[in-house]
Design a protein around this ligand. Structure first.
Ligand SMILES: Cc1cc2nc3c(=O)[nH]c(=O)nc-3n(C[C@H](O)[C@H](O)[C@H](O)COP(=O)(O)OP(=O)(O)OC[C@H]3O[C@@H](n4cnc5c(N)ncnc54)[C@H](O)[C@@H]3O)c2cc1C
Length: 384
């Protein structure tokens, strides 16, 4: 059993950390905290990561990657997450979901057109899965794409599509055959967000972060934008969700460090035994979550299917983020309720913000109940 990172991996982590210390500017932080999505600072930052091949460290060099093992992607994610540089825990949909799927199932033209711009941070995708009546049960989605002579005609609605107001492309799952069992009639497409007939309306989260409703009204999508085979999209989206699951505790660790620093400055808190109990409990749980994340990275590194382990890790870490926030609020007392711009908020209002933000962690990317269902069937072998 070897719990360490190699010398090369540690050197890579150090290089990334030094880069982030310099490049995570106040402008970038403001954009991240604004909840409005990627602005000019974020695009510039993404471009710098892309120029180094750091958005896609595991991709082949011909597509703009560095051909490194999966553990490097994990290290990159952990450091990004710790730095708080990007919203959504540092997830980039093009590099994390669309690109790997195109590489596995896409046409040669799609590989040539999208992979290098994704790797260099020039384009981004928005995930287009959820509909008002289809979230956890994604196979129930109804948005239609009818096959015409030289295009597909899209009509319908998506909801909670987070990046649609700034991404150039929609990575979208639609129904192409309504007459077969529901998961066998879905296809995956890439849609240019500037296509006529697409309307995007903001939907604001409790945390002030913008997501969107997206409406398609007779939108013509070229046939070459179909990813892989027609009606195989459900399989591809499930595979793509596996790519999405890179988990790390960088952000949790950072918040705990900030909380401890604050506690040290307040005499009534730093000697309080209840405060010590709470902080120690959270520190222990972060260590558990970190080991979960490392195990997942190791399984991916060794190409072992890890959907139950990924579900367990997502479940524990997302619920831990809420437990940590609750502990933070109890420790800070009434001051914890002050918001960022109040001028008097401890940790610059971070705990108050996390109270709203972490609620979403147990919904987005698969709810806790869905994660428990996966563990029940694939982890402990209960019947479906
Ligand atoms: C901030 C945020 C960002 C998001 N971004 C995107 C995005 O970019 N693109 C995108 O496509 N989607 C996005 N989503 C949507 C997200 O994937 C869905 O919200 C999620 O899958 C849950 O679906 P739902 O909201 O329809 O809830 P439902 O599926 O209706 O679930 C409602 C409740 O029922 C429970 N439940 C459902 N099925 C079961 C079951 N079989 N067993 C036990 N309990 C069950 C759920 O756990 C939940 O508590 C985002 C959501 C949020 C909150």
């Amino acid at each position: 059993m070897d719990f360490g990172f190699s010398r090369e991996e540690e050197a890579f982590r150090e290089e990334v950390r030094t880069f982030l210390e310099k490049e995570v500017t106040s402008g970038l932080r403001e954009e991240t905290e604004s909840g409005l999505g990627w602005g000019p600072h974020t695009w510039e930052f993404i471009g710098k990561l892309g120029a180094r091949g750091w958005l896609t460290p595991t991709w082949p060099k011909e597509y703009g990657g560095l051909a490194l093992p999966p553990i490097y992607r994990f290290i990159m994610h952990e450091e990004l997450n710790y730095s708080g540089a990007l919203p959504n825990e540092g997830l980039v949909v093009g590099a994390g979901v669309a690109g790997p799927t195109i590489m596995m199932y896409g046409s040669e033209e799609q590989k040539q057109k999208y992979l290098l711009p994704i790797a260099r941070g020039k384009i981004e995708f928005a995930l287009g899965y959820t509909e008002p009546q289809a979230g956890s049960d994604l196979a129930s989605l109804q948005m239609r794409a009818e096959e015409k002579e030289d295009h597909y005609l899209f009509n319908g609605q998506k909801v909670f599509n987070t990046r649609c107001h700034f991404a150039q492309y929609h990575w979208i799952a639609v129904r192409t055959d309504p007459n077969v069992p529901k998961h066998k009639g879905i296809s995956l497409f890439i849609v240019d967000m500037s296509s006529p007939g697409i309307a995007v309306a903001p939907l604001w989260g409790l945390d002030g972060i913008r997501t969107n409703e997206v409406f398609y009204d007779n939108v013509k999508v070229p046939k070459e934008n179909l990813v892989g085979e027609k009606n195989k999209g459900f399989l591809y989206t499930v595979t793509a969700l596996e790519f999405e699951r890179v988990l790390s505790v960088g952000g949790l660790k950072k918040t705990l460090e900030e909380l401890v620093e604050y506690i040290k400055t307040v005499p009534s808190l730093r000697q309080d035994s209840t405060v010590r109990q709470k902080v120690s409990q959270i520190a222990t749980e972060i260590e558990i979550a970190r080991l979960f994340a490392y195990r997942l990275a190791w399984l991916q590194q060794n190409r072992i299917v890890a959907n139950y382990e990924a579900a367990a890790s997502k479940l524990f870490t997302s619920e831990l983020s809420q437990r940590m926030t609750a502990a933070g609020m109890e420790i800070l007392g009434l001051l914890g309720m002050l918001q960022r711009d109040s001028g008097k908020a401890p940790l610059d209002g971070k705990i108050e913000n996390l109270c709203r933000e972490t609620l979403l962690n147990t919904i987005a990317g698969g709810t806790s109940e869905v994660m428990r269902n996966i563990i029940a069937t694939r982890g402990v072998d209960l019947p479906r």
